[in-house]
Design a protein around this ligand. Structure first.
Ligand code: IPM
Ligand code: MG
Length: 368
């Protein structure tokens, strides 16, 4: 059967490509505390992107005014990562845009629309792969409920890496999930290092290894191997289904600290966690690699809000939290703290539902 042979050939090519990917995993980290010039790429994205990004840029310009004037920080606007341009060119991230992006150290990015169906990959997925942003760090904290979670989601493998490259046979479709030793080791190490450096005493590994025996089985085994280097940190295993229940179980949820998961489970559970915190509009997200890093809101471009003419009410808290994470990542700790404190304060004083994003952002600027 011709189709079957073609599918087998396609699968062989995918396997070869994935084996080659392991060979090229970068491992030299940039030291931002001593880098003379740090370039921050600014990407608006689609939908509510340009609205919330304008607030974030104002905040960066305020906090980093001296460094921008002195040239040690450069804010560089990257154009062309819009759904219109991407569709016109048929590229999820146009080649010239990617080249510009690679001249930056870190990116602050508004949400980008992913066309449903069709062949075009999500710009996020392309960027995470091209920049090798393997650690997706998503904090969720609700002090009054004693909740302080940090999710470490593997960001370049699992169901995502070949998500646009499954195969179809008559009457059947197959997608692939890929988990590598090296890819798992580096995300597990990132989670345990974070735990150790931030006084956390517990890392919870979340998979569905009872069903996805090879891939999630490997993820669990390697995570435990890494855990042996961190004897002071307690490790426990959960399956993703019960973990989604745990997050709404008030009797135990405040005991979770650092959660380590493969890509797709991490995607799903961090939306749940963000909702518990007050909605996806309240959660920031860091995509960290050894060379590059990208900071963004956890949510999408909210086309419905734009269609209803309500773009001005988009909550900029998520992108501002991402901005604080960016500042921490580039070792601008004081600026990060000022922003975090301002955000905490405004959470109490501004009624986000009733005020516009601009009113909220203005309150944050005042509080800096
Ligand atoms: C996220 C988003 C992305 C993902 C989409 C936009 C591709 O949901 O960052 O969580 O699935 O990872
Ligand atoms: Mg998501």
């Amino acid at each position: 059967m011709n189709e079957l042979n073609q599918a087998c050939e396609a699968f062989r090519a995918l396997l070869e490509e994935q084996l080659a990917r392991i060979e090229h995993m970068d491992s030299t980290k940039v030291d931002f505390s001593s880098k003379p010039v740090v370039t921050i790429g600014i990407i608006d994205g689609d939908g509510i992107g340009s609205i919330i990004m304008a607030h974030a840029v104002k905040v960066l310009e305020t906090l980093l005014a001296d460094e921008i004037a002195g040239g040690s920080i450069v804010l560089k606007r990257i154009e062309g990562l819009t759904i219109e341009n991407r569709m016109a060119l048929g590229q999820s991230v146009p080649a010239d845009v990617l080249a510009e992006i690679k001249t930056c150290d870190v990116l602050l990015k508004g949400p980008t629309t992913t066309p449903m169906g069709g062949k075009m990959e999500s710009a996020n997925v392309t960027l995470r792969r091209e920049l090798d942003l393997y650690a997706n760090c998503r904090p969720v904290s609700i002090p009054e409920k004693n909740i302080d979670w940090m999710f470490f989601r593997e960001n370049t493998e699992g169901e995502y890496v070949l998500g646009s490259r499954g195969v179809e046979l008559p009457g059947m479709a197959v997608d692939f999930k890929v988990t590598t030793d090296a890819g798992t080791r580096r995300i597990a190490r990132a989670a345990f290092e974070y735990a150790r450096n931030n006084g956390k005493t517990r890392v919870s590994i979340v998979t569905k290894a009872n069903i996805m025996k090879k891939t999630d089985g490997k993820f669990t085994a390697i995570a435990h191997e890494v855990a042996r280097d961190y004897p002071g940190i307690e490790v426990d295993d959960w399956y993703i289904d019960i973990m989604t229940a745990n997050l709404v179980n008030e009797a135990i949820r405040d005991q979770f600290q650092v959660v380590l998961l493969p890509n797709l489970y991490g995607d799903i559970i961090t939306d749940e966690a963000a909702q518990i915190q007050g909605g996806v509009g309240t959660a920031g997200s860091a995509n960290i690699g050894d060379r590059f890093a990208m900071f963004e809101a956890i949510h999408g471009s909210a086309p419905r809000l734009i269609e209803q003419g309500l773009g001005d009410y988009a909550n900029p808290a998520s992108i501002l939290k991402a901005t604080a994470m960016l500042l921490r990542h580039i070792c601008r700790t004081d600026a990060a703290q000022r922003l975090e404190q301002a955000l905490d304060g405004c959470k109490l004083t501004v009624d986000v539902g009733a005020s516009t994003g601009a009113e909220f952002a203005e309150a944050v600027l005042q509080a800096l």
